[in-house]
Write a protein that binds this ligand. Structure first.
Ligand SMILES: NC(=O)c1ccc[n+]([C@@H]2O[C@H](COP(=O)([O-])OP(=O)(O)OC[C@H]3O[C@@H](n4cnc5c(N)ncnc54)[C@H](O)[C@@H]3O)[C@@H](O)[C@H]2O)c1
Length: 272
């Protein structure tokens, strides 16, 4: 632990840390290694308990907060308990999210709402509960997980996810404006294809076979690791990122550069 990031003793609330190979757990682990106190959230009890045990094993100070981020009442209670236990919240990482496949014309209102409520509503709920605490201390960092699907890309049979992630990027810009004068930055991180439970879920996302195919269209020729997203979150959450606000940083191995070389392979000569 170096304290180069200025995170030692800082209180960090991370949502959606339960998934064993998830981005949230990786973020919590990365910030804990920098000496941060982790307030860990998830909606699945056993998964949350496993992450908390892992962080404690690293010697981190950790508290456990079981709550559904789409439930405003539960979120208020969670943030109050974080403040009671640790006295403040220095960093919020809005990571909890879902991506469920649903063809547009068949999408039920319930499916639409659930995806909006967890992905975008969760960011709203937790950020709104945490902001007054950060404002009282004159300092804070909010980092929210958007996606490749937040602005540059569209995703068929996932319009609710597209809409929610785009909303997170707008929310981030608005928060950066309104909270900036209080010493608070707000940014989003937009991962490309990262190897997690979400992306490997056959049916709802690409699945392992789809990820294998996607590699050929990514300039760095591999799927991302959750740690590679966590490292960018670490930068934005730390002192190093203090003059960055209102931005969305893509962490996508360059997939948005439009690398179609694999598709063009059958062509020869001047066509390439
Ligand atoms: N994996 C990728 O390729 C990818 C790409 C772009 C964006 N993202 C985003 O990154 C974030 C993390 O994704 P991941 O791939 O690690 O997903 P994941 O499914 O592996 O983990 C998500 C975690 O959020 C938790 N969660 C779900 N609903 C919740 C709720 N209502 N309240 C609290 N916790 C809840 C889950 O239990 C789980 O632990 C998400 O916001 C996701 O949309 C992921």
């Amino acid at each position: 632990m170096s304290n180069a990031f200025g995170l030692e003793g800082k209180v960090v609330l991370v949502t959606g840390v339960g998934s064993q190979i998830g981005i949230g757990r990786s973020i919590a682990r990365t910030l804990a290694r920098e000496g941060a106190i982790i307030a860990a959230n998830d909606v699945i009890h056993d998964d949350l308990a496993m992450t908390v045990a892992e962080l404690e094993g690293l010697g981190a100070e950790v508290s456990s907060h079981l709550a559904d981020v789409s439930d405003r009442h539960a979120v208020r209670a969670m943030v109050a308990s974080v403040e009671r236990l640790h006295g403040r919240v220095d960093v919020l990482v809005n990571n909890a999210g879902i991506a469920k496949r649903a063809p547009f014309v068949e999408m039920t209102e319930e499916q639409w709402r659930r995806t909006l409520d967890i992905n975008l509503g969760g960011c709203f709920n937790v950020s709104q509960a945490v902001a007054p605490i950060m404002m009282r201390h004159g300092h804070g960092r909010i980092v929210s997980l958007s996606s490749l699907m937040g602005s540059p890309w569209g995703w068929d049979e996932h319009v609710h996810y597209n809409a929610a992630k785009s909303g997170i990027e707008g929310l981030t810009r608005g928060l950066a404006m309104e909270l900036g004068p209080h010493g608070i930055t707000a940014n989003a991180v937009a991962p490309g294809f990262i190897w997690t439970a979400q992306s490997t879920a056959v049916g709802d996302s690409l699945g392992p076979a789809g990820l294998e195919i996607a590699k050929d269209f990514i300039p760095v020729r591999r799927i991302g690791d959750p740690q590679e997203v966590a490292d960018v979150v670490l930068f934005l959450a730390s002192e190093l990122g203090r003059y960055v606000t209102g931005q969305t940083l893509l962490v996508d191995g360059g997939i948005t550069l439009g690398d179609l070389r694999k598709a063009f392979e059958p062509l020869t000569g001047s066509f390439r």
